[in-house]
Design a protein around this ligand. Structure first.
Ligand SMILES: *Cc1c(COP(=O)(O)O)cnc(C)c1O
Length: 454
């Protein structure tokens, strides 16, 4: 093709935009995608047909649109799903977001004195009470809380953080504890072996360079067999006798007992860890807590105050939305209404009978769709790097579509107006109802109908 002929064969941007039809995306964004696809054509030896070009543009647009954050139905059975936004917020918290976000508020204003005031005083007060702590504060996320604490305690001459090799864990998204620790500028003093670290290992490692003893809760895996690690009480006694701060990163941290959930084990609460003598505990505001993502720091008043004085704290502080949302979640707990604070807790505790009733109703409502649909069994997991042993019996909707493959069916469900994500097992597509709110059952029905009767 001559260069001129080639140029003439390139479709006009405007024509492509018209052919795309109505697309729910701002026009400048759409134009940019079309331009990019058209520009790419110039590099090709021959210009493909108009329909082919249009198909490429459409694919690009779809790919971009799929990256827009939107609600999805989580049928995976993984309750705190890191890829799917971790913990959904309760309606009490959502009401707070609505009222605080949509108007002015007293974020940094003292209503009694009528002048500039502190931030999050009420939240910090109540959070401390909830955790049985002297004081509390909040950062953007738990990783930030950890970095803040480590930076603070290793900013002087003493740089070493003592940590067991059994706790150098990786949590989701390539977040490795050793890398975070080093990002804070400290030096790791790894001790013990993966499976065994003794109190003597800690004692031997302490020197004039030691800044802190750090314990990281093995939140997303468990070890059994030939293992050893000193108790928190022993470590705190050692830390106290050497005048070293003792910090524990709990990761999740539960407020209510999880061991009474069938299939789940006990998850340490910040209060019990503090009682065992830890000076500072860090944990996430979402995960099992069920609030917005945030990094909660609770413990000794002096230490919390020192962290808040760090200039770096300014870079990690939360905005009004997070602080007010967390404030509501904390108050719900203190009012003795944990399920008001926490959708995760509600999902964890839903009975099988309840889920079965919903499954039956969904299947009845589906009517004559071209598929074999049955009620199946599921094994839900807590996810989010918490309660790794827990396997919680669940109920699934099992679908074997008649006219399309399981992979195509799954892709259709993902591309619908309310994307539904499930999993394939034993040659069927399974949708776990434990991770779908009852109020969303109508969306499940609609999504299945759309994907099956296309
Ligand atoms: C999840 C987790 C974190 C990080 O929490 P974010 O809120 O994602 O920053 C840190 N430590 C442990 C042990 C965790 O499980």
């Amino acid at each position: 093709m001559s260069d001129n002929a080639k140029l003439r064969a390139i479709p006009a941007i405007e024509k492509l935009l018209q052919s795309l039809g109505q697309i729910d995306m701002p026009r400048p964004a759409l134009v940019a995608v079309v331009r990019r696809e058209v520009a790419a054509l110039r590099k090709e030896p021959a210009i493909p047909s108009y329909d082919e070009v249009l198909a490429r543009v459409r694919k690009s647009v779809d790919q971009l649109r799929a990256q827009r954050i939107q609600p999805v139905l989580n049928g995976t059975g993984i309750i705190i799903h890191t890829n799917l936004g971790r913990s959904p917020l309760s309606s009490a918290v959502l009401e707070t977001l609505q009222s605080i976000g949509g108007d002015y508020n007293n974020l940094e204003y003292d209503l009694v004195a009528g002048e500039r005031g502190g931030r999050a005083g009420y939240l910090e007060h109540n959070l401390a009470i909830l955790c049985g702590a002297e004081a509390a504060t909040v950062t953007n996320n738990c990783a930030a809380a950890l970095v803040l604490a480590l930076r603070h305690f290793t900013s002087g001459e003493r740089k070493e953080v003592i940590i067991s090799r059994g706790e150098l864990v990786q949590i989701g998204g390539g977040f490795r504890i050793p890398e975070v620790l080093e990002a804070s500028g400290c030096t790791l003093r790894e001790i013990g072996a993966t499976n065994k670290t003794s109190l003597a290992d800690y004692r031997r490692a302490i020197s004039k360079n030691t800044a802190i003893i750090l314990k990281v809760h093995r939140s997303n895996f468990f070890m059994c067999g030939f293992i050893e690690s000193p108790s928190t009480e022993e470590l705190s006694e050692l830390a106290r006798s050497k005048r070293l701060p003792f910090i524990e990163d709990l990761g999740s941290g539960a407020i209510v007992e999880t061991a009474d959930i069938p299939g789940a084990e006990h998850e340490p609460t910040p209060a019990e860890v503090l009682k065992r003598g830890v000076d500072l505990v860090t944990f996430s505001g979402d995960k099992l807590f069920g609030g917005p993502q945030a990094g909660i720091i609770v413990g000794k008043a002096k230490m919390v105050a020192a962290l808040k004085r760090e200039p770096f704290f300014r870079a990690l502080r939360c905005d009004k939305l997070i602080l007010s949302a967390l404030q509501t979640a904390v108050d719900c707990y203190l009012h003795g209404a944990p399920t008001m604070a926490n959708v995760i807790d509600l999902m964890l505790r839903a009975s099988k009978e309840e889920l079965e009733t919903r499954a039956k109703s969904i299947i009845t409502n589906l009517g004559g769709v071209p598929a074999k649909i049955t009620i199946g069994l599921g094994k839900a997991q807590v996810g989010g790097g918490t309660l790794p042993k827990a396997v919680i019996e669940s109920v699934t909707i099992d679908v074997i579509p008649k006219n399309i493959s399981l992979a195509d069916f799954a892709a259709r469900l993902r591309s619908g107006p309310m994307p539904l994500i499930g999993y394939v097992s034993a040659n069927r597509f399974k949708i776990d109802l434990r991770t779908i709110l009852k109020s969303r059952d109508v969306d499940v029905i609609r999504a299945l109908q759309q994907a099956l009767v296309k």
